[in-house]
Design a protein around this ligand. Structure first.
Ligand SMILES: Cc1ncc(COP(=O)(O)O)c(C=O)c1O
Length: 436
């Protein structure tokens, strides 16, 4: 039965990229996913970075069950009650002036909506995005995405410009080492000004550049980005798909950075595993865009089921004090990773915020040559030993493990993950050097 289904999976599913696991999967609970053989695996990617409350949290399943008794979906022009309640909760949760929400399904969509709002509100169309950014796979979001493969799909939406990302460990302009002085930003903005058609609309950025290698920009970076946007008449968009609602040990990165974006997009961590996203802006920008004819009418805009789940997610984060827990567990995990770094020369850098951590693998710490092979074999070995991990492997950006367990992770689960990582690193190196 299992092997029939596995064969069917090969026969019937389009391969959509990323690492495919050898087995099928049956269920998930808390920090654990269980495959078709009943094998338990620690999930240190929180699914696709969405299961911040852990898999199948009772508050989420309860909200889903309650929606089954009320409403799952409605005509897009009808506003269900949970949608207004979630908009109110978001306005309370997010920093001023972010007050008006559009509730959608995916992160890509939320960025499409943000870019369209910015284009209508400014009258421009040019967009600045950061190297290593990931904003989605749909037209406008993909055009502003520089972490994934851009080749083979023809021309992108015109007007998108990339500026080099502030990666202090692996400076994209070969200028700094270990401490970013923001030359990358100044160079990038100058290049944009030279190339601009004079129709600027938005700067879009992730507060932690996650898919690009968990890069944390230096202090003051987003203030400069805020100023750069203002000077050019552009709107600043924070893509907080991964960083909002506890993951980085704060309500959201904008609050932590004390930088107010004009538009914020939310997705993964808002839905707790269900497709829910939001684009949030100020009343003034909403009004300007509306006056200019803004539309974003989708099949699942303002659906009641995901909105009820979003409310349950926000309530649970508060009830279980998960923001504070992310700081506590993040500190513990970082400490344990630093212990591991003492024993493994191949761990070049450990970085991140809260429970969004990156571990960069190098052949030696001086040259910082990315150790892609070690990344591949150890990630595979971790999985065999019961730990699911995500490796970001880009030739020019290094081999970086992204470690992001649910915020509900326990110290015992972290200890087990560290034991597995240790064993995988030892064995991975032995395999590659033929020392065993
Ligand atoms: C920061 C960020 N923004 C947007 C997206 C796109 O979200 P989705 O895959 O839900 O369209 C992702 C997905 O990985 C992301 O990490």
């Amino acid at each position: 039965m299992d092997s029939d289904l596995k064969n069917d999976a090969q026969d019937l599913l389009i391969r959509y990229g990323g690492d495919a696991f050898p087995n099928l999967f049956r269920s998930a609970k808390g920090s654990i996913v269980i495959d078709s053989n009943g094998r338990e695996i620690l999930d240190f990617t929180s699914g696709q970075m969405c299961a911040t409350l852990g898999h199948n949290h009772p508050a989420i399943t309860r909200a889903i069950k309650e929606s089954c008794d009320t409403a799952l979906h409605m005509f897009s022009g009808m506003i269900p009650e949970p949608v207004v309640k979630l908009a109110k909760a978001l306005a309370d949760w997010l920093p001023s002036p972010l007050r008006k929400s559009l509730l959608l399904s995916t992160g890509s969509e939320s960025n499409e909506a943000a870019l369209r709002l910015a284009k209508l509100a400014t009258g421009g169309y040019e967009v600045i995005a950061l190297g290593g950014s990931w904003h989605g796979t749909t037209g406008g979001s993909a055009a502003a995405t520089f972490a994934s493969d851009r080749r083979g799909y023809g021309p992108k939406v015109p007007g998108n410009h990339m500026i080099p990302e502030p990666n202090a460990y692996r400076c994209p302009i070969d200028h700094c080492r270990d401490s970013c002085d923001m030359s990358c930003l100044n160079v990038g903005l100058k290049m944009f000004d030279m190339a601009s058609d004079g129709a600027p609309a938005a700067i879009i950025a992730e507060p932690v550049i996650s898919a690009g290698g968990v890069i944390v920009p230096p202090a003051g970076y987003f203030d400069c980005l805020r100023d750069a946007a203002q000077q050019r008449g552009m709107l600043l968009i924070f893509d907080e798909a991964q960083t909002a609602f506890g993951r980085v040990g704060a309500s959201c990165s904008a609050a932590k950075l004390e930088v107010a974006p004009d538009i914020m997009t939310l997705s993964k961590t808002l839905g707790g595993g269900l497709p829910l996203a939001a684009t949030v802006t100020s009343p003034d920008i909403e009004d300007r865009a509306h006056t200019a004819g803004f539309t974003f009418y989708t099949s699942h805009v303002s659906d009641p089921l995901p909105a009820s789940v979003g409310l349950a997610v926000l309530q649970t984060i508060q009830e279980e004090d998960l923001v504070a827990r992310a700081i506590r567990m993040g500190n513990y995990l970082t400490e344990r990773l630093r212990d591991l770094q003492q024993q493994h020369e191949s761990i070049g850098d450990i970085r991140g915020e809260g429970l969004l951590l990156g571990v960069e693998l190098v052949t030696d710490r001086e040259t910082r040559q990315p150790f892609h092979q070690l990344g591949a074999v150890t990630t595979e070995r971790c999985f065999e030993l019961g730990l699911s991990m995500n490796i970001r492997r880009r030739p020019e950006r290094g081999a970086v493990w992204r470690i992001a367990p649910p915020l509900t992770v326990t110290t015992e689960e972290i200890d087990l993950a560290i034991t597995i990582l240790d064993q995988a690193l030892v064995e991975g190196l032995e395999t590659l050097t033929g020392r065993k």
